[in-house]
Design a binder for this molecule. Structure first.
Ligand SMILES: *Cc1c(COP(=O)(O)O)cnc(C)c1O
Length: 402
């Protein structure tokens, strides 16, 4: 072990980091399960898990051991060679997703880039010259040029024109708007949506998950690819392995990342049915995609989620948290929504300041999105006792705020 001790960051210290983030003036040096620790040993309950990333909690011993052992054995050889761990990870991911073909990438945005390329290839093969993709308002698909263009948030796009402009935007949950778009644009080839909008405010469609079934029908009717962005909702987050499994449909293209590596940067774009075989040799690739190390992590994360019954746990404990919040905040003007461990509390006013109050006064890490939605993304393997701990801190916080 090298022993390098970093000096604590001073408030006015000049930094060479590009100022792309509004950072909180706190850093954590250690984590364990649902808890994070600062240098002086202060414990924080983490209901954010690195933004839906560390679903199995921090420093999970099984994942840590897999990383350590593989790091001292072989990290990377490139996709010029067979990678047994990548094949095994794909086999596991196919099992839990119901998808057929898997391409490993390194992030969510990259996975969606893959999906967008698949849609264009699909259209091109059918002689559509300028293929278009339907996307939703308030969506978030990433920060690359194509994915920020697909994103339904002007702030994400501002200053980056010209955008990739072959996206057609409809209100989330509105199937009539999709049918109308179909009439106006004969060159639509796919639709890309999140089953529950994460960054947009934990938005579920008004008709619930049957929205996905309605979209599936429309896609069948028009021969479009149904593409789901499950970068945030995947990997057990909503109480099913993938959120679409709350329904009986299967998408043609499925993307994921975040919880797939429990903090190790990996992503995947998956296909089945008519989307299979569209990307062949030379049409897509990634130097880092599916390294030996990354693939072993994916394999181990899925295996651990299965062995711990973490998906079932997310459903049960998530339901408990939602029910308790609804009961305990019944006299407040709030709406609690979400599934599993993806929970939003819509407050009647903007509440960005709650992040700092929760952190400093309640030692609780939360996030606020869409201005007035408290977003909870706790570990999917959170225990009932930890959920009670979370509820106590959170209810006190919201009660004193409203
Ligand atoms: C986080 C997220 C992305 C982008 O993932 P990155 O790994 O940050 O590129 C895309 N779509 C959804 C739904 C997300 O939540």
């Amino acid at each position: 072990m090298t022993d390098i001790t970093l000096a604590p960051i001073q408030p006015d210290q000049p930094s060479h980091l590009m100022a792309t983030y509004g950072r909180q003036a706190i850093s954590f040096v250690r984590g364990r399960g649902a808890y994070l620790y600062t240098e002086d040993g202060t414990e924080y309950l983490d209901a954010l898990t690195g933004i839906a990333v560390c679903g199995l909690g921090h420093a999970h011993p099984v994942i840590a051991e897999a990383i350590a052992e593989q790091a001292t054995t072989l990290v990377h050889t490139s996709n010029l060679f067979e990678i047994p761990w990548q094949t095994a990870a794909a086999q596991k991911l196919a099992e839990v997703s119901g998808m057929e073909e898997i391409f490993f990438s390194n992030s969510g945005a990259e996975s969606n880039e893959g999906a967008i390329k698949i849609a264009r290839k699909f259209g091109t093969q059918q002689g559509v010259r300028l293929p278009k993709i339907i996307v939703a308002e308030q969506s978030f698909h990433g920060r690359t040029l194509a994915t920020l263009s697909a994103t339904g948030n002007k702030k994400v796009q501002d200053g980056f024109a010209p955008l990739v402009n072959d996206f057609i935007r409809v209100p989330f949950g509105d199937v009539e708007a999709i049918q109308e778009a179909a009439l106006q644009h004969p060159d639509i080839v796919a639709i890309l949506i999140e089953p529950i909008q994460g960054e947009g405010g934990i938005n579920t469609a008004p008709q619930g998950f049957s929205y996905l079934e309605e979209v599936r029908n429309i896609c069948n009717q028009h021969n479009w690819l149904m593409m789901l962005d499950e970068i945030q909702t995947g990997n057990g987050r909503t109480g099913k392995y993938f959120a679409y499994q709350h329904t009986n449909i299967v998408p043609d293209v499925l993307t994921t990342a975040k919880g797939l590596g429990n903090g190790f940067p990996v992503g995947a774009v998956m296909t089945q049915g008519k989307a299979v075989g569209l990307l062949g040799p030379g049409s897509h690739g990634s130097t880092y995609g599916g390294t030996v190390l990354g693939s072993r992590v994916v394999y181990t994360v899925i295996d651990t989620i299965q062995k711990e019954n973490a998906v079932e746990n997310a459903a049960v404990v998530g339901r408990y948290i939602v029910d308790q919040l609804r009961a305990k905040l019944a006299d407040k003007n709030v709406q609690v929504r979400g599934f599993g461990m993806m929970i939003g509390i819509q407050l009647p006013k903007d509440c960005a300041e709650l992040v700092a109050i929760a952190r400093d006064q309640h030692k609780l890490i939360i996030n606020v999105t869409a201005g007035s939605v408290v977003r909870l993304l706790p570990p999917i393997n959170m225990t009932q006792a930890q959920a009670d701990d979370l509820l106590e801190r959170l209810v006190t916080l919201i009660n004193s705020y409203l």
